[in-house]
Design a binder for this molecule. Structure first.
Ligand code: CCH
Length: 286
């Protein structure tokens, strides 16, 4: 148990659990980044519903969304940290874990502020279907991310998270990693997207993705249809080209947009303190 509010202690314990030799590429980092993103990426600016407040993925309605398949691994990795620092909310822990994982995997420092609540406000619950579908194209990506309040530049910067981790046949149905060193944050994803020839491949389960055999890694790398839509779309593409050339610019833009992502739907007063809905009727605590 640490002193309530000792986020430095929580950060240290998250960093210490990233090394997982038996799991995937040896790191819990990528799946923690995905947990943070999916916890926040349900936000709808129009109705001010969804977002990381409430940590709704603990419950079947959101946790059981097929788009969230596999994220139970991330939540299980974090459980010892939650037990040790029981004062932290799940909503804060999941977003902070993504931020710590990005930094520990050589990525940028993302601004993170505490104050999210685990209170589930029934009137803010997101319906399923708010997260993107990798089988689709540019129109779909815009529909999903404009709803959260992001522009084309921010969409491309955020997508750079696919430098990390991999697709799992038993989770999304897609298979493989985007880059050959998927536990180190970089702009390789953008460089490969532009410089390699991507061939469509139909997997045994019927899912279509794009692949390139990488000789250095001696493995087949992949891109989702949504990834390659960033190259073919005339308004996304200049950002892909910029980020492929300028790693520092990518890191700065990614840090800014990830910080914005994990603040979606969080209301703060002039001092940065969260104004939450704990006092509203109709919700429930865990
Ligand atoms: Fe993603 N992502 N993502 N993604 N994603 C997947 C895995 C990761 C889409 C689809 C998929 C973002 C945007 C999109 C990560 C971070 C981000 C997978 C494989 C699919 C499919 C899941 C599996 O099988 O385990 C689509 C579509 C979009 C947008 O159109 C954004 C934004 C972020 C973060 C900023 C990370 C990290 C992973 C790797 C997870 C792992 O377990 O290794």
């Amino acid at each position: 148990m640490s002193k309530p509010g000792d986020y430095a202690a929580v950060r240290r314990d998250i960093a210490a659990l990233l090394h997982q030799p038996e799991y995937d590429d040896g790191s819990a980092g990528p799946v923690l980044v995905r947990l943070a993103w999916h916890s926040a990426g349900t936000y709808d600016a129009g109705t001010d519903t969804g977002g990381s407040n409430g940590a709704g993925m603990r419950y079947e309605a959101e946790g059981g969304d097929p788009a969230n398949a596999g994220l139970q691994h991330a939540r299980v990795f974090l459980e010892p940290v939650k037990s040790k620092h029981s004062w932290i909310t799940y909503a804060d822990l999941w977003t902070l874990a993504g931020v710590v994982a990005i930094k520990e995997m050589s990525g940028p420092e993302v601004q993170w502020r505490p104050g999210r609540t685990d209170f589930v406000d029934d009137s803010k619950l997101p319906p399923r279907g708010r997260l993107p579908d990798g089988a689709q194209g540019a129109d779909h990506i815009r529909h999903i991310f404009y709803r959260m309040g992001f522009n084309d530049q921010e969409i491309v910067a955020l997508s750079g998270a696919h430098n990390l981790g991999r697709c799992h046949s038993d989770r999304s149905g897609f298979h493989g990693a985007w880059v050959n060193n998927p536990t180190r944050f970089s702009n390789t994803y953008f460089r490969l997207m532009l410089s390699r020839t991507w061939k469509e491949k139909k997997l045994e389960n019927g899912v279509r993705q794009f692949v390139h055999y990488d000789e250095d890694a001696d493995e087949e790398l992949m891109m989702l249809p949504t990834d390659l839509a960033l190259v073919s779309d005339p308004s996304f593409r200049p950002w892909v080209e910029l980020y492929a050339k300028d790693k520092d610019r990518f890191f700065a833009d990614f840090a800014a947009v990830f910080a914005k992502l994990i603040e979606l739907g969080i209301k703060r007063d002039a001092n940065g303190r969260v104004i939450n809905s704990d006092n509203l009727k109709g919700g429930y605590h865990s």
